[in-house]
Write a protein that binds this ligand. Structure first.
Ligand code: FES
Ligand code: FES
Length: 209
């Protein structure tokens, strides 16, 4: 789980993050740091609730800069899928459980469904769409195909992104290290052993072995 950290500030592991923060609590806890609060409030039975304005953010996604206006509650996954039409990151549980939405924030894998878009302002994001170059699949993608590392394929982009994070910091992972790197990813088809084979094969390809 050591590679499941958020990028800046105190590292937060993906599952530790969930233990410490519910989705709503997370929004409430971090929003004021990033958002400009408008003067107005909404009156409710529970009292006055502050209204936060939209914020303009910049994201460098797969090497291309995008400037966007986002709501306080928009997650990185919302923005990638719904504003940038990058549907590689999958919305499966939408709750920080499955890893289908995994993207890299710089070199760190994060659950984009649990990461507020405003927190990613100015940062580099890599999605599975950013891996192939010049029409050639990345070695990890080739290895998943060669080793049948998918069945329905719904979890695959998340596994590929976690694989990339692993292989960027460990060129020759053993089986335990591979399992550890996938501790935040679930495959409902139970294709784990073929996925592990695919990562070993991808590591060989990336080493040129
Ligand atoms: S969709 Fe994000 S963890 Fe499941
Ligand atoms: S291949 Fe179907 S969920 Fe993993």
């Amino acid at each position: 789980m050591e590679d499941k950290n958020q990028k800046k500030g105190k590292p937060i592991k993906r599952r530790d993050f969930l233990k410490g923060f519910g989705g709503g609590a997370m929004g409430a806890a971090v929003a004021p740091k990033f958002l400009v609060q408008e003067k107005k409030t909404i009156s409710t039975k529970e009292g006055n609730i502050p209204v936060y304005s939209k914020k303009k953010i910049s994201l460098i996604v797969n090497g291309k800069k995008h400037t966007l206006s986002v709501k306080p509650r928009d997650t990185l996954l919302d923005v990638l899928r719904e504003k940038l039409n990058l549907t590689g990151p999958k919305r499966i549980c939408n709750h920080g459980e499955c890893g289908g939405c995994t993207v890299l924030l710089d070199a760190q894998p994060v659950y984009s469904c649990m990461f507020l878009a405003v927190r990613a302002d100015g940062q580099k994001i890599t999605t599975v769409e950013g891996l192939a170059k010049g029409g050639n699949l990345h070695s990890i993608q080739k290895a998943f195909i060669e080793k049948d590392g998918y069945q329905c394929g719904f979890c695959t982009s998340g596994f590929i992104m976690s694989s990339l994070a692993l292989l960027q910091r460990n060129k020759k992972p053993n089986l335990e290290e591979i399992k550890q790197a996938f501790s935040g990813n679930l495959c409902r088809c139970g294709n784990y052993f073929k996925i592990y084979d695919a990562v070993s094969e991808a590591a060989k390809k990336m080493r040129g072995a």
